[in-house]
Design a protein. Structure first.
Length: 122
């Protein structure tokens, strides 16, 4: 049973730890060890690989929008490199027919990225 008061929010207990090695210290039930009371918001970086046929997938979760934007920028650059490699292969493989193949297939046309603010529930 948690008996000590949280020094951050005066909630129930920050006393003790579990039996793991190294131990995980218990945190306050009220502020979850953050010292902040109320709603907690996180940012989800989401990606849809095929907007016509697929659904959004959560790629990563972040405490800040800046962190989510950084992850999205990295993911987008990796996808662009992958697309360029595939594009170069198609140029070599199809030669003259390449132009017909690439109509409407510029980078990012059929995929999408976004950042969504999410409220964490208890």
């Amino acid at each position: 049973m948690k008996t000590k008061k949280c020094p951050d929010c005066n909630g129930t207990g920050k006393d003790g730890h579990d039996r793991c090695v190294p131990p995980n210290w218990y945190v306050c039930d009220r502020c979850n060890g953050t010292g902040k009371i109320g709603t907690i918001k996180i940012y989800a970086f989401m990606y849809n690989p095929m907007i016509e046929e697929s659904v959004w997938a959560t790629m990563s979760l972040h405490e800040t929008r800046k962190g989510a934007e950084k992850a999205m920028k990295l993911h987008k650059s990796m996808k662009k490199k992958e697309w360029k490699r595939h594009d170069e292969w198609q140029r070599k493989e199809y030669g003259e027919d390449y132009k017909l193949l690439k109509t409407g297939s510029e980078f990012g046309r059929w995929e999408d990225w976004c950042i969504k603010e999410v409220e964490v529930l208890e």
